[in-house]
Design a protein. Structure first.
Ligand code: ADP
Ligand code: MG
Length: 698
């Protein structure tokens, strides 16, 4: 019998597959290119393409595609077949090194924020050697970066790869300075936990809002919500179990180690966590995972909702970005070691992280934001969008004692080298049981968990930001250590730098309830930014400090950053626009007709009952009648407000108007419709209700 794991990685042109199938020099040349110690020549590329083609055809592939991540946050592909007419008219199967390395998808309608003039609308895709090719549905997918004719990034992967180089270089430099000279490369490692909702597909199909916008634009709360917490870690319903089994098999075939799966807090909500891997691959795999979740759900008569807030009043879905930096010899730089020297390194990296986050809180907040995430962050019923770090009481106390030590030393009561807290770091509990679930960034033993990301987002940009801000912070520390002769002096200096960082940046550390109102006040007092909406956060991309950060590290150019900003703002306007139009259409086609039909039925019943008409009916008629008038007014108000927004001239200002003027009108209309839902009779009102959608899979 076949074991469930037998197909693991069978659809990936993995490193071991390459090692086995390629001539040794070709394999080595590829390897050197991956670790940035060489470039790929034509002969090598041709040899790899040939081996890849044979492998893919053996696996049943008929087409190939350059798989890339445009700025919209999704993935894109254009399929080409391997078949070509040969010189004697017979079809031949061809796939050259040139076709592997460079493609021209001619995708002139992807957003470019003005980076491509229409006469040079062409974008080019280049093979990303660090992420393996794979096969899905008989198509060989080649992960690629997507750039304009002038080499500007038109995707999210190119900057991510550049930021990976920046963090690797910065980490190696500091690790070397702190005494470990053997380390030559470092990798940011990422594990992305993915939350999602599942509902019966028939309900999904009946709701235009779910189909077009990913979330319910109205719907009154079900009698039962999540108050019993009985869904969390409860037993997985049979249909869902069958779905998860197939998802796992698909993921395993693509070499993705899906590790845990469980019910989340909200009814109908689930989570999937893969085992962490290199940041670039983790981001690619997460894009694939979302796609597999969606498609497999369809096969099982389910719909997978990846929107951040599909249902009001019910927990939203996020993506938790677990982040650490590993050296080429397998050391985790956020993991305390057994030796004091390693502990100083650990502390330095932790402090570099603290400094990075406190220097760029708004950029980080922006990187984790999207239209949908506004309903999960900073909005009503959502936690405040304030960046802070929770370290856990143990690390807190260590940092505190180091900080205190400074004052003690300035009073000359301590002698050099006496850093007791530092020597005891090996006792740091790897599984912090006192985890603070309300913190947007938490240290969890040997990694930082960044929890703000929206469930539907690509994790590429948040990781580009993390890599870049930490790289800058590490470089600034290294600058101060460079040139110090003796290693003990280097370490002493590093500790002094850590003290300075704790002193300057301790305001970003917070272990209380991040969801409370007091925190908003306290954060304000500390001067921490609280940016409530995605659209207000985008301007950070034009901030001189941010431009300097990215240009200095060669991750983004100034032009690319403002193009990105423009694209995000245009996307925001479009998405809210779709929501508004969908809401208006549903009101017109579903809600108002239901109200009128029910009103008619009630009036006729009342008339036929004559003097026996029950008070209940009279009340109901009054209530539906006045609600119908109110809905009518709110409808017009929303329509007019939306139409008054000038979406052409300035996307930022238009976005702000959408946020501050149009959104409240949507809420107002929603409130009325939700009220009607509580008295709507199923006979007239045909939209699936919250109780249908949320509790249909038990
Ligand atoms: P929880 O839900 O309690 O946060 P999970 O076990 O569901 O924890 O997920 C933890 C995630 O963190 C997994 O994806 C795991 O692979 C990842 N992870 C573990 N160690 C590291 C590390 N050193 N660097 C990055 N990610 C890591
Ligand atoms: Mg988590």
């Amino acid at each position: 019998m076949k074991t469930p794991y037998e197909d693991f990685g069978s659809m990936v042109f993995s490193e071991s597959e390459m090692e086995e199938r390629l001539p040794r020099p070709v394999y080595q040349s590829w390897k050197r290119t991956v670790i940035n110690e060489g470039t790929l020549d034509r002969v090598t590329a041709d040899a790899i393409a040939h081996a890849m083609k044979l492998w893919a055809i053996e696996k049943g592939a008929t087409h190939f595609t350059h798989w890339f991540q445009p700025l919209t946050g999704s993935t894109a592909e254009k399929h080409d077949t391997f078949l070509e007419p040969g010189s004697n008219g017979q079809p031949i199967v061809r796939f050259s090194g040139k076709m592997l390395i460079k493609g021209e998808p001619d995708a002139s309608s992807f957003p470019s924020g003005g980076l491509r003039a229409t006469f040079e609308a062409r974008g080019y895709t280049y093979w990303d050697l660090t992420s393996p090719a794979f096969i899905r549905d008989n198509v060989l997918c080649i992960p690629t970066i997507f750039v304009s004719y002038n080499g500007e990034a038109l995707d999210r992967k190119d900057p991510l790869l550049k930021s990976i180089k920046a963090i690797s270089d910065a980490s190696v430099r500091l690790v070397n300075l702190l005494g470990d000279k053997d380390v030559r490369t470092c990798h940011p490692s990422v594990g992305l936990e993915q939350e999602y909702f599942l509902i019966d597909r028939k309900y999904f199909e009946q709701r235009i809002d779910l189909r077009l916008t990913g979330r319910t634009l109205f719907g009154s709360p079900a009698p039962k919500r999540q108050e019993l917490d009985d869904h969390y870690f409860g037993s997985i319903p049979t249909r869902v179990a069958a779905f998860m089994k197939e998802v796992n098999q698909e993921l395993w075939k693509l070499g993705i180690y899906a590790k845990t799966e469980h019910n989340e807090v909200a009814p109908g909500q689930f989570e999937l966590a893969p085992v962490f891997c290199d940041a670039n691959i983790a981001v690619d795999q997460n894009q694939l995972t979302m796609d597999i979740l969606r498609k497999t759900a369809e096969k099982h008569g389910l719909a997978c909702l990846l929107h951040e807030k599909p249902f009001d009043g019910i927990n939203g879905s996020g993506k938790h970005n677990n982040y650490s930096i590993l050296t080429d010899d397998g050391q985790n730089l956020f993991s305390p070691g057994d030796k004091p020297a390693e502990n100083i390194r650990f502390l330095t990296f932790i402090c570099a992280f603290i400094k990075a986050v406190d220097t760029y809180p708004t950029l980080l907040r922006m990187s984790a934001s999207c239209t949908g995430n506004d309903h999960r962050l900073g909005g009503n019923e959502a936690p405040p969008a304030i960046i802070s770090i929770y370290l856990g009481s143990y690390i807190d106390s260590i940092l505190y004692s180091i900080y205190k030590d400074k004052n003690a030393r300035s009073e000359n009561t301590r002698t050099k080298g006496e850093f007791n807290p530092v020597t005891n770091l090996s006792y740091v509990p790897h599984d912090n049981s006192d985890r603070n679930r309300t913190s947007p960034i938490a240290f969890t033993g040997n990694k930082f968990e960044f929890r703000m990301l929206g469930a539907s987002m690509s994790a590429a940009f948040p990781n580009t930001v993390l890599n870049s801000i930490i790289a800058e912070s590490l470089n600034e520390i290294s600058d101060q250590l460079e040139g110090i002769k003796y290693i003990q002096d280097v370490r002493d200096k590093a500790l002094e730098i850590c003290r300075g960082i704790i002193h300057d940046h301790k305001r970003i550390l917070f272990s209380g309830d991040g969801y409370s109102d007091e925190w908003i006040k306290e954060a304000k007092r500390r001067g921490l930014p609280c940016v409530n909406s995605f659209i207000e956060s985008t301007k950070i991309l034009d901030d001189p400090k941010v431009i300097e950060l990215f240009t200095k590290l060669d991750v983004y150019s100034k032009v690319e950053l403002s193009a990105n900003r423009r694209i995000l703002e245009e996307l925001y306007i479009k998405k809210v626009g779709i929501e508004v139009r969908t809401m208006l259409e549903m009101t017109r086609k579903e809600v108002l007709p239901a109200m009128l039909a029910q009103l008619k039925f009630c009036s006729e019943t009342a008339a036929s009952a004559g003097k026996f008409c029950p008070a209940y009916l009279t009340d109901l008629i009054k209530s539906i009648s006045s609600l119908t008038d109110a809905v009518n007014l709110a409808y017009k108000d929303l329509e007019e407000t939306y139409e008054a927004v000038d979406t052409e001239t300035n996307p930022y200002l238009a976005g702000l108007e959408m946020y501050s003027k149009v959104n409240p009108k949507m809420e107002a209309l929603r409130a009325l419709i939700d009220r009607y839902e509580t008295v709507a009779a199923r006979e007239f009102y045909h939209l699936p209700l919250y109780e249908d959608m949320l509790f249909s899979l038990q």
